[in-house]
Design a protein around this ligand. Sequence first.
Ligand code: ATP
Ligand code: MG
Length: 420
Amino acid sequence: MITGIKGMNDILPEEIPAWHFIEARMREVFHAFGFSEIRVPIVEKTELFHRSIGEETDIVEKEMYTFADRNGHSLTLRPEGTASVMRACIEHSLHVKTPVSKLYYVGPMFRYERPQKGRYRQFHQIGAEFIGEASPMADAQLLHMLTCYFRALGIPDVSLQINSLGCRHCRPAYRAALVEFITGHLDALCDDCRRRSTGNPLRVLDCKVEGCRTVCQDAPSVLDYLCPECAAHFDEVRHLLTALNIPFEVNNRMVRGLDYYCRTTFEMVTNRLGAQSAVAAGGRYDGLIASLGGPELPGIGFAIGMERLSLMMGTENIPAPHPDLFLVALGPMARERAFLMLADFQRRGLYAEMDFSGKSMKAQMRQADHLKARLALIMGDDELAENRIQLRHMDSGEQESLPIEGLDALLEERLAQKKD
Ligand code: ATP
Ligand code: MG
């Protein structure tokens, strides 16, 4: 038997209603905020991720699926979506047509991590990018969209944490203070953090190793180093979130695992998923587009982990679709008649089922029950000879005899009643 790849999961038919629910609410909420979908390839040139995510990051150092194609070009399965979306915006000069772009995407991402609950090697993200707007209103609107989406999914127990990472003017001073602090605690840090302590000291704050976390509790706060512009931006974001009635906490230890963030960063966290506490994350990336060779455009975005969403949602309560009609037929003539009626219902978009294998009446009724059909149409050769048919309301067990003449209108009436 050939099995699937470790950490890459099949999504089985019984799980699909939950995924459809997650995607349907996504489109409803995101469209109300004026976001349009963009679809980008799953594979990109490796260089794109090195340039955007940053060399000294977990993703680039140890999580990417990178391979040479038959021409020897280095390609990578995308570990995240923002880089590809920015590449597409630059390549198609989207900013020329619309100076402000509001885009979203949904699809698989790939990271070579240690698989465990809520952490996989192929996982799925929903992401949104608000490009071309530097105002704190963009930050607040994006966070509003994110909270509306969680509400639409019925997910309680998530809290929004926000922070500011400053900008290229004020971050160097913070970085220097952090390097000084870290240098004094090198012994207590893990190997990765020791190595990154000078190249990428902010990453130490993001380390998941317990010892590093303890050390970081006493690290200097980035918020004490913001320049007046970054401080004003952060104040305004907090003010607008409060005005929108969106609860949040400031977490001055939260940095993000990718290099391109500046100013506002945020995470949606939960205590329901054990160690995998972040279900969504994002931030502002004002220098990113220019650094990829595009125009000087600001941007802010987020990505939501869909597997973590469905783990939190108790998705077993989301119902699978049930047949409107189950056709029960007894006798060879009735079976063919039922088959043609079935085809007619399906052509009109009704969800109808019947048994093809010649089961007994009792077994057919059991099947109708099992599929949770709303109505069963029961017909035998004798009844058909009289041009009549039995209709059974599966919930009440009530049965009525209907003429085949004008049956469609009667069925539509009965089905409309069931929908109420
Ligand atoms: P973590 O801290 O859990 O490793 P991250 O900071 O690497 O997350 P991001 O790159 O910001 O995560 O991705 C955004 C979201 O995507 C996460 O909040 C999470 O819900 C989801 N996610 C990230 N990596 C995985 C994974 N390997 N498996 C499943 N979901 C993931
Ligand atoms: Mg990670």
